[in-house]
Each structure stands twice: as C-alpha cells, then as structure tokens.
Design a protein around this ligand. Sequence first.
Ligand SMILES: [Zn+2]
Length: 208
Amino acid sequence: MISPPTNFHSNRMGRIVLMAMEEVLGHSGVNAVLHLAHLPDYIDQYPAYNQGFKFPLQHLSLLLTAFESAYGPRAGRGLFLRVGRACVKYGLREFGSELGITDLAFRLLPLPTRIKVGSERLAGLFNQITDQAVHLEVDEKYISWQIKHCPLCWERQADIPSCVLAVGLLQEALYWVSGGKNYLVEEQKCIACGDSTCTIVIDRTPMS
Ligand SMILES: [Zn+2]
C-alpha cells in the first residue's frame, strides 16, 4: 500500500527526470516502465516546466523499483544511473544560468574551487526545487552529499546502497563542471539499508 505523498519535487525536476529516462530507454521503454510503476498518468504527459511543486518524491522510488523488475536489479540500477547522468543535459538547459555555472567567471575559477562551488550551488538548487533537504560537508579531500529525504529510498529496503540516479547525476555534473574530468562518486550510506541519511561521497581529486 502506498501512503499519500508528503514531499515533492518541482514539476520542472520531474519533467527533467522523465525526459532523461526517455533518452535512455526510448519512448516505448518509458511507457512500459511507467505502467510497471503504476504511474500511467505520466504517459505522453510529462509534468510541465513550471513553478508547481507536485511531483512526489516517492515516484522516483517507484520508478527505480520498476526499472529493477523490468531489467533485473543490477541492469536496472545501471540504467537508472545512466538516467541520472542524462538529467544533467536537461538540467543545464533549465537551470544552467540560474546556477551561474555556465558563465565565464565561473569557468575561469581554479578547478578545486569550481568543484566545491559547483557542488554547493547544486545542493542549493536541490533544496530550492525539491524537498530532499541536502546537506553538504566539505573538507580538503572529500565532499559529502547528505540527503535527508531521499526520493529513491522512499519506502524501499535494499541490501546495498542503490540511489544510483543521484550518483549518476553527480558524476555527470562534476564531469561537466570540471571540463571533462571523472571523479569517484560513491554512495556510502543509504536510508534503504537502514542508515539515517543517504550519503554520497565525492573524492575531490579527479581520477582522470
Ligand atoms: Zn537514498
């Protein structure tokens, strides 16, 4: 039984996720997954790009579960990670200038500063356009991205951390902000595994 939604994403965010999903699965793939997730209302009717706040956080966990049953747990999570990466392209179109990460002044900052400032601005945006309550802790080596109300874990239990959409989104956002470098992004704690937050740790030294 699904309890009534209490926390939401902005409609813009919901639309970005569904468009990214379509990029990864194709149109008929998205429709199949939406059926499986018992969310047929989104078929051919993604949320509008507007200021509304009506995309329940728990719809993301229903979608993740649908991916896992459609493609198997491992492959389903792999695809969901790719959806997270694809969100960045649509997200930049919608929020790039708001974030101030597309302007020249930002692009000229030294790389470590760009990674720190970019992560802080992204967390600030998430706290504006979703009810996830993201908190950041930054030290010399790591950035710890802590989610209090994780949409991917909503009423889910898992043996391993599985908030792959957030991991993929952060990987791709860092790739973009750094001008093409890859960072180690690892989920170390997960609410679905019994932790109090979902904690994703970013190693501030690029791998390549
Ligand atoms: Zn989570």
